[in-house]
Design a protein around this ligand. Structure first.
Ligand SMILES: Nc1nc2c(c(=O)[nH]1)N[C@H]1C(S)=C(S)[C@@H](COP(=O)(O)OP(=O)(O)OC[C@H]3O[C@@H](n4cnc5c(N)ncnc54)[C@H](O)[C@@H]3O)O[C@H]1N2
Ligand code: MOO
Length: 418
């Protein structure tokens, strides 16, 4: 067991035990944001055959630049197939996206011609291939459409639909249970008696789990149960989950029982205590190869610890790059405290013309909820840091998923955004 490790040491130790979850097949309508479980090739050309790019008239390749008057053989409508190939001197009325008769060299747009009885007259110029969409000009059969480990975006879902893939193989969502251990905690719908506190961490963490691609198996408050009852509950929830997160009871007070419970259920403790603030009272264990993460009860400490440990585990379960993107940002706020352990401040990062800027959110005490609103970045200050002045460049972790292909290098892409 690692004691008082660095964040990196503790996280590595934890991630070494996480492997991607099994794959499953989901319908395209359920696929947004899911992570593809195998490479998917393009299975056919898009478009599958040459098509008209405009409503107009198909003319024979040998007539290009040679003829101005054509016999109209047929008017095709949407969904019609051309039955006969074109002959020189003939034309067929075609529609945008419709297939072209064999022998077509160009399509002349409807607005550029005159109809005279059964003849189409055109006096302008046209060249080979004009107003024709070539087969495979959008996608070619055999090329790689989407690589394993990519989060599905709407565009890729559209292409899969065009290819007739109504289902897509994705990694199963990680199932996560959140258990609050504090004796004073009551579920948020319960009116707290004096001395009791509503469970805000449970719903907050559940929302983060959903945003990170997980499925919430339970949000429960178990602190009033006996130690044997909590133990039983934890064992049951571990069976139904891929990850159990406990909240509270991580420090050294009379009721701080997280570590004791882990030992009682026979879990192997991986680390306990990390040299960071807030979130220093974080721990992790494994039971039957399933991880249990113990987060401190103070809301901001709990939130930071989630981002530093739980979010990477959820990404690793889905075969994504577990590490949050890290980039230098210009800090617009100040923080007077200095020294002490490595500190993670809650911030809001935006990309401006000159690069990334991060503002400090109000309410930086670990007991406060305020800094969790509009929170999308962690400023990473090294141990023993001086007071933070406005205009300093600070290493910053980005927390919200951005539309990039996972597994690509972390920072450069972000810096290049407009
Ligand atoms: N003697 C010491 N006391 C404390 C230390 C220490 O090192 N020595 N560390 C402080 C720090 S830092 C933190 S963080 C907390 C860690 O606390 P625990 O994980 O043991 O959590 P609790 O004591 O159960 O609760 C702390 C705080 O958080 C509130 N809480 C807990 N669960 C929830 C919840 N689900 N929703 C909302 N709020 C919750 C709880 O009411 C307390 O106010 O320890 C410090 N003390
Ligand atoms: O170290 Mo506590 O875990 O800062 O807020």
């Amino acid at each position: 067991m690692l004691v008082n490790a660095t964040w990196e040491e503790a996280l590595e130790f934890l991630l070494d035990r996480i492997t991607p979850l099994p794959g499953e097949s989901v319908s395209l309508l359920q696929a947004l944001g899911r992570v593809v479980a195998r490479d998917i090739p393009v299975t056919r050309d898009i478009p599958p055959h040459p098509q008209a790019a405009v409503d107009g008239f198909a003319v024979h390749v040998e007539d290009l630049g040679r003829r101005t008057s054509f016999v109209v053989k047929k008017y095709l409508r949407n969904g019609d197939l051309p039955v006969f190939p074109l002959k020189p001197g003939e034309t067929v009325g075609v529609v945008t996206g419709g297939p072209l008769p064999g022998g077509t060299g160009a399509v002349i747009r409807r607005e550029s011609i005159v109809i005279d009885g059964n003849r189409m007259v055109f006096t302008g110029e046209f060249s080979q291939g004009s107003n024709i969409r070539q087969a495979g000009e959008d996608f070619r059969a055999g090329e790689l459409l989407v690589r394993r480990g990519t989060r599905l975006d709407p565009g890729t879902i559209g292409v899969l639909a065009a290819l007739g893939e109504s289902e897509v193989p994705v990694y199963r969502r990680p199932r996560v249970t959140i258990l609050s251990l504090g004796r004073e905690i009551v579920p948020c719908h319960v009116k707290p008696a004096p001395g009791q506190v509503r469970d805000s961490n449970g719903p907050f963490l559940a929302s983060l789990v959903l945003r990170d691609g997980g499925e919430v198996t339970g949000v429960e408050v178990v602190g009033r149960e006996s130690p044997a009852g909590i133990k039983k509950h934890l064992e049951k929830m571990l069976k139904q989950s891929d990850l159990v997160i406990t909240v509270g009871g991580t420090a050294s007070g009379a009721c701080d029982q997280a570590l004791q419970i882990l030992r009682e259920i026979g879990a192997g403790v991986l680390f306990w205590g990390v040299r960071i603030k807030p979130g220093g009272h974080s721990g992790a264990a494994a039971l039957d190869a399933k991880p249990v993460l113990c987060l401190p009860g103070n809301p901001a400490a709990c939130a930071v610890s989630y981002q530093l440990f739980a979010a990477p585990v959820l990404r690793a379960f889905q075969a994504l790059n577990p590490y949050p993107p890290r980039l230098p940002a210009l800090c617009t706020g100040s923080f007077p405290k200095k020294g002490g352990p490595r500190r993670f401040l809650r911030g809001c990062a935006v990309c401006r013309q000159g690069g990334w800027e991060v503002s400090l959110l109000p309410g930086q005490k670990s007991s406060m909820l305020r800094s969790l609103i509009n929170w999308n970045a962690l400023i990473d200050l090294p141990a023993g840091h001086p007071p933070l002045e406005p205009g300093s460049r600070v290493p910053t972790l980005l927390l919200t998923p951005l539309p990039l292909r996972e597994g690509e290098p972390n920072s450069e892409r972000y810096l290049m955004q407009p």
